[in-house]
Design a protein around this ligand. Structure first.
Ligand code: PMP
Length: 362
C-alpha cells in the first residue's frame, strides 16, 4: 500500500469477523447450529410473500418503511413514529455508533457481549470498554462502575449472546437511571421473541429520553438471509438516525417478508414453544453428560467443558459427525461451545455425538 494511505485510527484493531461455516467438505447431512437461526426457516406465508415481492424487484423500495413500521407497531403495541428499520439490527448498532460516538468517546458493553459492539465502536474511532460479568450474567454494578464522562453508548443484550442469560426489568431501569448524562442505553433484544412476556424496555423507551431498544427478524422469524432489524427509540434519536440511514437501505423483498413475518404470530408462537421444549431437553441431557450450561433464555445454549482443549476437541468431533456449532474463544469463553437449539432430530444428534465424544477412551 502506498505510504500515507491509512485507514482511520481503530480500524486495524478490529479482528475480522469469522462467519460460521455452513458446509463440511465431502459430507451431506450437515446441520448448522452455529448462527442461532430458526431451524424451521421462514413460515409458508412469508415464503409466498417473498415469491410475490420478487416480481417487483425493478422498483426501488419504500424509503420510509411505513408499512413495516405500522405492522411492527400494531403487533407489539408500539408507536410507529419511534421505529427505525435497518439492514439487520447490526445496522441500527452501526447507526448509533456513527451518530453518537467518535474519537475520545467510550462505548461500553460487557465482557461476553455481542461482537458487533466492539466492531462498531472501533469503526467510528471510539474506544470500546468492557465491564466484567458476574457468573456469565450482565452485572449492572460493574457497568455503572465502568462509566465515565466519556461514555456515550452502553450496550446490553438481553438475553445476552453467547451466554443466554438475562437480567430483569428492574435491573435495566437501574442501569438507565445510573448511566451518565449524555449517554444512551441500548437494549439489544435480538432474542426477545424467545422469552414469554418479554419485558424488553419498550415502556422504558417511551418513558425516558436515553433508552433505545433493538430487535431483529434474523432469529425467530427465520429471515437472517434477508437482513432486517429495527430499533425503538425516543423521537429525537429516531430523527438523528434517519439522517444517516441510506434512503433505500432495505429491499422491497425484505420489507414485504418482514411485514408478513411480524403479522404471522401463530408461527412465532409455535417456534417459541418448540424452542423452549428442545432447549430444556438438550440442556438437561448435556448436563447429565457432564456438560452444564446456564439457564438460557435464547435459542441456543452455552455448553461448558472442563477447559479450552476439551471444548476444541469436542468441536472437532462434532464436525466429524456433520454438526457445526460455534466456538466462543472470540467471546473470551474458550472452554465453551455455543449450540443453537435445532429441531428435535438435530438436538438428538448433538446429544448422541457429545455422549460418544465423552465415552471415547482417553
Ligand atoms: N444482537 C445480538 C445479541 C445478536 O446475537 C445478533 C445476531 N447474532 C445481532 C444483534 C444482529 O442480528 P442481525 O443483524 O441479524 O439483526
Amino acid at each position: 500500500m502506498r505510504a500515507g494511505i491509512e485507514p482511520q485510527p481503530g480500524i486495524m484493531e478490529i479482528a475480522l469477523y469469522e462467519g460460521g461455516q455452513s458446509k463440511i467438505e465431502g459430507m451431506s447431512d450437515v446441520v448448522k447450529l452455529s448462527s442461532n437461526e430458526n431451524p424451521f426457516g421462514a413460515s409458508e406465508t412469508v415464503q409466498e410473500v417473498i415469491r410475490r415481492a420478487a416480481l417487483s424487484v425493478h422498483r426501488y423500495p419504500s424509503t420510509d418503511h411505513a408499512e413495516l413500521r405500522a405492522a411492527i407497531a400494531e403487533v407489539h403495541g408500539l408507536d410507529a413514529e419511534r421505529i427505525i428499520c435497518g439492514v439487520g439490527s447490526d445496522e441500527i448498532i452501526t447507526f448509533l455508533c456513527q451518530a453518537y460516538a467518535g474519537p475520545g468517546d467510550e462505548v461500553l458493553y460487557t465482557e461476553h457481549g455481542f461482537l458487533m459492539y466492539r466492531i462498531s465502536a472501533h469503526a467510528v474511532g471510539a474506544t470500546p470498554v468492557e465491564a466484567k460479568e458476574r457468573e456469565r450474567t450482565v452485572d449492572v454494578d460493574a457497568l455503572l462502575a465502568a462509566c465515565t464522562e466519556r461514555t456515550k453508548l452502553v450496550f446490553v443484550a438481553n438475553p445476552n449472546n453467547p451466554t443466554g442469560t438475562m437480567i430483569g426489568g428492574n435491573e435495566i431501569a437501574r442501569l438507565a437511571d445510573g448511566i451518565p448524562e449524555g449517554a444512551i442505553l441500548v437494549l439489544d433484544g435480538a432474542y426477545a421473541e424467545y422469552v414469554e412476556g418479554y419485558d424488553g424496555g419498550a415502556a422504558l423507551v417511551e418513558a425516558r429520553d436515553n433508552v433505545v431498544m433493538t430487535r431483529t427478524f434474523s432469529k425467530i422469524y427465520g429471515l437472517g438471509g434477508l437482513r432486517v432489524g429495527w430499533g425503538y427509540a425516543p423521537k429525537p434519536i429516531i430523527d438523528v438516525l434517519n439522517r444517516i440511514r441510506g434512503p433505500f437501505n432495505l429491499s422491497n423483498i425484505a420489507l414485504a417478508a418482514a411485514e408478513a413475518a411480524v403479522r404471522d404470530t401463530a408461527y412465532t408462537e409455535k417456534c417459541r414453544a418448540e424452542n423452549t421444549r428442545m432447549r430444556a431437553w438438550m440442556a438437561e441431557a448435556l448436563a447429565e453428560l457432564g456438560v452444564p450450561s446456564d439457564t438460557s433464555c435464547g435459542n441456543f445454549i452455552l455448553a461448558r467443558f472442563h477447559d479450552a482443549d476439551e471444548a476444541e476437541a469436542c468441536d472437532a468431533y462434532l464436525k466429524r459427525q456433520g454438526l457445526i456449532v460455534r466456538k466462543t474463544g472470540g467471546y473470551k469463553l474458550p472452554h465453551c461451545l455455543r449450540i443453537t437449539v435445532g429441531d428435535e432430530s438435530a438436538c438428538r444428534r448433538v446429544v448422541a455425538a457429545v455422549r460418544a465424544f465423552k465415552e471415547q477412551p482417553a
